[in-house]
Design a protein around this ligand. Structure first.
Ligand code: KG4
Ligand code: ZN
Length: 336
């Protein structure tokens, strides 16, 4: 079969990223312009600034990737772009750019859901085999999914309120840590001990998650102690929070393994960059004889490589979009 080269574009939040991937799993080149330092000045992503920065960098990112890959757009088989979910203004910069490339160069356009991108990043490690369980943990999602085939998803557990990444970000903010919260909580927790007693979220045998109670417990603890004029040991609190949040992900993943009897687990989304989570998942999978796949750190957080990977099965199915494609700030990934 002829090799298929897909150019992927990701601009849903604060990274402008373009990548060329061959046959859905071989990365040819990727360039990512991150805006993290700018948003850190404001304590979080400022949507208007994000859109402007995408506009400024997207053509430069394309030029850079074509130079690195020594390819021309004429050599590409399809243009893939994240269409949902994310910041609408940011999404639209990538979408309009993708449409122009598809129109001018007469290439098929493929819309990719951001979370499907995180899932298919696993193909960069080794080809996903079905059926598999997937633990999806990002800033907007916390889900346990059974995947029976390409794009055949069945959600068996999801968060009833906050996503786990969102909870890391909120707790980081109340501890006065810089954006992005997750990596900074992880860093600080290395200096602390589990000395604060926090409630176990959803202390039952359901596969759903709930993180808002844990988040509120941390926020209340910080406020109460400061009102009493007591010092908080931030490292201990970061460690106690991280332990409880990650242990809950592990506990529910183990329940899902036992209920489904599926012997494979893939992990997806920004929180999978967390080293404590990675280590605990390794232990869990060893104990239960599960084949575990977690993308390397650089593919856990947002990037366009994963978008080009996720577009490949859609290319094979000829699931193309027309030039009316629009962005959606919220869209469940089963409705892709
Ligand atoms: O997948 P992602 O890059 O963007 C979304 O699609 O949401 O995930 C971002 C989330 C943020 O909430 C961030 O704080 C969290 O992933 N995150 C982490 C770590 N690195 C990123 N959470 C815990 N530990 C980390 N090392
Ligand atoms: Zn993401």
């Amino acid at each position: 079969m002829k090799d298929v080269y897909i150019l992927g574009i990701e601009s849903s939040c604060d990274e402008t990223s373009i990548s060329i991937v061959k046959n859905g799993y071989i990365e040819i080149a990727t360039t990512t312009a991150t805006q993290m330092d700018t948003h850190a000045l404001y304590g979080g992503v400022v949507p208007e600034i994000a859109s402007r920065m995408h506009t400024e960098s997207i053509t430069l990112v394309l030029e850079d990737i074509l130079k690195k890959s020594k390819m021309k757009i004429e050599d590409i088989d399809a243009i893939a772009v994240t269409y949902a979910p994310g910041l609408l203004g940011s999404l639209l910069i990538g979408i309009e750019f993708a449409k122009v490339l598809a129109f001018v160069y007469k290439k098929p356009l493929i819309k990719v859901h951001h979370i499907c991108g995180h899932i298919y990043a696993n193909n960069l490690v080794k080809k996903i085999e079905f059926p598999t369980l997937a633990l999806v943990v990002s800033g907007g999602h916390t889900e346990l999914v059974v995947i029976n085939d390409d794009y055949d998803f069945k959600v068996i557990g999801s968060t009833l309120d906050d996503a786990v990444g969102e909870c890391f970000d909120k707790v980081a903010r109340v501890l006065g840590l810089k954006y992005p919260g997750g990596p900074n909580i992880e860093k600080l927790s290395k200096e602390g001990s589990h000395n604060y007693k926090l409630p176990t979220p959803m202390n039952n045998d359901e596969l759903n998650f709930s993180f808002s109670g844990l988040k509120s417990a941390v926020i209340n603890l910080v406020h109460n102690e400061s009102q009493r004029g007591n010092e908080i040991n931030k490292a201990d609190l970061a460690r106690s929070f991280q332990d409880v949040a990650i242990d809950e992900l592990i506990r529910k993943t183990e329940l899902a393994i036992k209920r489904t009897n599926i012997k494979r687990l893939i992990v997806a989304g920004g929180v999978s960059a967390n080293n404590y989570l990675r280590l605990e998942l390794e232990k869990l999978c060893k104990k239960n004889d599960i084949d575990l796949s977690i993308p390397p750190l650089k593919y856990c957080t947002d990037n366009a490589t994963m978008i080009a990977c996720a577009a490949y099965p859609l290319y094979l199915k000829k699931e193309f979009s027309d030039l009316n494609l629009n962005g959606k700030s919220q869209e469940y990934f089963l409705n892709r």
